[in-house]
Design a protein around this ligand. Structure first.
Ligand SMILES: Nc1ncnc2c1ncn2[C@@H]1O[C@H](COP(=O)(O)OP(=O)(O)O)[C@@H](O)[C@H]1O
Ligand SMILES: [Mg+2]
Length: 270
């Protein structure tokens, strides 16, 4: 079965100010949808709203997963459905190793906690048993680090602590490889990457998409789209999607900037 995420006429407010003004978007597994738009147009706001960040208030419209509203679900329930958000600015957590972070995240998304608690008769019992077994986890982690070209030393390093831009993004690819989301939102995963890092991150995304992940690729630049081929490209502008088409749209934006979109909009409204 192919999972589908649908955003319909979504309005979102942050601290009383309406930021999203009627977003419509569909993304399914195995598909790459690129989203481009100027700074401050609301791209990250939409990402957070989809992921279920409590700060972002949906005032009207809906977010549907296989046709059913997920507005009532909190962020970790949405993650369990298979929705993943790679933050524009990943946080560093000194003291928590990448491996421990991933083991906790994978255990949560795959339901180890619930199973352990059910077996313990509903109480909050042994903490260790709420995690995916260490041997199994390590085997999978090592295999995926190799497959996705992530250095094995990553496992022991503290989460994003002192990571370069490229290393953070490789770390995100590894997170996705482990969490196996159905739909991933990548918020400017290409910003600040040199060409080698961009290529490695793109290859990782391509492998995940080939495995069936759907990707919403938020980007400022056409550059990453040379490596990750989008099925659709949409332009985000002032809180909504104003144009959707093929890769040619990304090239137009690179050449002519957003003034082109503004002119088209002005003409359409005239
Ligand atoms: N947490 C927040 N508190 C107040 N304003 C916010 C918050 N998040 C976003 N905004 C505002 O919403 C608008 C859209 O921001 P954002 O979604 O980050 O745009 P983009 O990702 O397209 O650059 C901006 O005007 C920004 O100032
Ligand atoms: Mg943003």
């Amino acid at each position: 079965m192919t999972d589908i995420l649908e955003v319909t006429d979504l309005h979102v407010a942050v601290e009383g100010t309406e930021i999203l003004k009627g977003v419509d978007l569909t993304l399914q597994q195995g598909e790459v949808h690129a989203l481009m738009g100027p700074n401050g147009s609301g791209k990250s706001t939409m990402s957070y709203a989809i992921a279920g960040h409590p700060h972002y208030e949906v005032t009207s419209g809906d977010i549907l997963w296989n046709g059913e509203s997920i507005l009532g679900l909190d962020a970790d329930e949405r993650a369990k459905l298979g929705i993943f958000l790679a933050f524009q600015y990943p946080v560093a957590i000194p003291g928590v190793s990448f491996a421990n972070f991933l083991r906790a995240a994978v255990s949560s998304v795959r339901g180890y906690k619930e199973r352990a608690r059910a077996e313990a008769g509903g109480g909050n019992k042994v903490i260790g048993s709420e995690l995916m077994p260490m041997r199994e986890f390590r085997q999978e982690l090592l295999a995926k680090m190799d497959r996705f070209d992530v250095d094995r030393t990553f496992a022991r390093r503290y989460l994003n602590d002192g990571f370069s831009g490229g290393e953070k993004k490789r770390g995100e690819v590894l997170q996705m490889a482990m969490l196996e989301p159905k739909i991933a939102i990548l918020d400017e995963s290409d910003s600040g990457l040199d060409i080698d890092a961009l290529r490695i991150v793109s290859e990782g995304i391509n492998k995940l998409v080939a495995d069936g992940m759907g990707a919403l690729l938020i980007t400022h630049y056409q550059r990453i789209l040379n490596y990750v081929k989008p099925d659709k490209v949409s332009v985000f502008y002032q809180g909504r999607i104003v144009k959707t088409g093929g890769p040619e749209i990304a090239h137009m934006l690179d050449e002519r900037g957003y003034a082109w979109v503004e002119e088209e909009l002005a003409q359409a409204l005239a």
